[in-house]
Design a protein around this ligand. Structure first.
Ligand code: HMG
Ligand code: MG
Length: 298
């Protein structure tokens, strides 16, 4: 039985732009995010309060978050790795704080420069501080199916780390197939491990589409009760600390599929395409989605 409605969380301005070699101006980011606010999306991940040396593309997080138009009913979120990032994020009036770590030791170390065990107390402080400031907290867990350094990751390992994150008080956990290696049977095994322990509405899936399996993985997740998915306009995205990781599943391709399946998202497909064309013009390259291919061919 399919759900009537699914929530799409747009991560393009963060996951998308963090991986673009060309840094775009803050003004263009703001214009783009403002156009996303007109599409019916209820959740936009705006930027990251990480070290600008590691992710220079998002060094203007405070400015962007400070200057975008805020539309009622939309959550404007940002990634926050530690207390230093939290202070800046709260100053910029972020609506929701996202903490992040990996299920695999090697990716965690490469991405945030710490072993898993040493990451917990750092994230715990961030969750506490965010909650004290009245913010909701999203957790991200990367490499839930495969790791670029360690290979396949056991679902039991994902459950172990997820348990720790939920016990800190996160409101939702987004499970990342960071390098887009997963296939539906693996998604099924992962969710079979997690769903007896966590509520389906507290889990989101974050599929990168490196091998073209993201939409299939989303259908499997929907069949298993998941109703929140992350995606990125034009299939932008990737983790700079996961070699070969390409973009997220494209929002417009996901919208096309869901709407044709009779699943409502509250999002206007044409408004999304308009916003995709805008960012394509700014980036000066063809975006990687089937819907943009169709538009180009017409
Ligand atoms: P570190 O070097 O271990 O931090 O970085 P530190 O606490 O040792 O501090 C070192 C220096 O960094 C100090 O400055 C700090 O002030 C500064 P110094 O005293 O040397 O001048 N510093 C900061 N500056 C600005 N903002 C901060 C901050 N924190 C410390 N927040 C850290 C640790 C995590 C900060 C670093 O490794 C980092 O920024 N990494 C970037 C990680 C990242 O953004 N990765 C991509 C996002 S995750 C992703 O894409 C996956 C996801 O999409 C899901 C999926 O697909 O799987 C979410
Ligand atoms: Mg990602």
């Amino acid at each position: 039985k399919l759900p009537k409605r699914v929530t799409i969380k747009e991560v393009g301005p963060r996951d998308g732009l963090q991986n673009e070699k060309l840094s775009i101006t803050s003004e263009d980011k703001i214009t783009w995010i403002n156009s996303l606010s007109e599409t019916g999306l209820t959740y936009i991940e705006v930027s990251s309060f990480v070290h600008p040396k590691w992710i220079p593309q998002l060094a203007d997080a405070s400015e962007v978050l400070g200057k975008i138009g805020r539309k009622p009913g939309i959550t404007y979120a940002a990634l926050v790795p530690n207390l230093k990032g939290l202070v800046l994020a709260l100053e910029s009036k972020v609506d929701e704080v996202s903490v992040f770590m990996s299920a695999s030791e090697a990716h965690n170390q490469n991405n945030i420069n710490k072993p898993i065990e040493e990451t917990y107390p750092v994230l715990e402080e961030v969750v506490k501080g965010a909650k004290a400031a009245g913010k909701t907290v999203r957790g991200y867990l990367s490499t839930v199916i495969g790791c670029p350094y360690e290979g396949p990751i056991a679902p039991s390992q994902v459950r172990k780390v997820a348990d720790r994150l939920f016990s800190m008080g996160i409101d939702e956990l987004s499970l990342g197939d960071t390098i887009g290696v997963g296939v539906p049977s693996q998604v099924e095994r992962l969710l079979e491990e997690l769903l007896p322990h966590f509520k389906a509405h507290q889990l989101a899936m974050h599929f990168h589409d490196t091998r073209g399996t993201a939409l299939a993985n989303i259908v499997k997740s929907i069949e298993m009760g998941i109703t929140t998915f992350d995606s990125s306009l034009g299939g932008l995205g990737g983790c700079p600390y996961a070699k070969g990781a390409s973009g997220n599943v494209a929002t417009e391709d996901l919208l096309y599929m869901l709407h044709e399946m009779g699943i409502d998202t509250g999002i206007d497909f044409n408004a999304v395409m308009k916003s995709a064309k805008f960012i394509e013009g700014i980036l000066g390259k063809r975006l990687n989605s089937r819907q943009m291919d169709i538009l180009f061919a017409e």
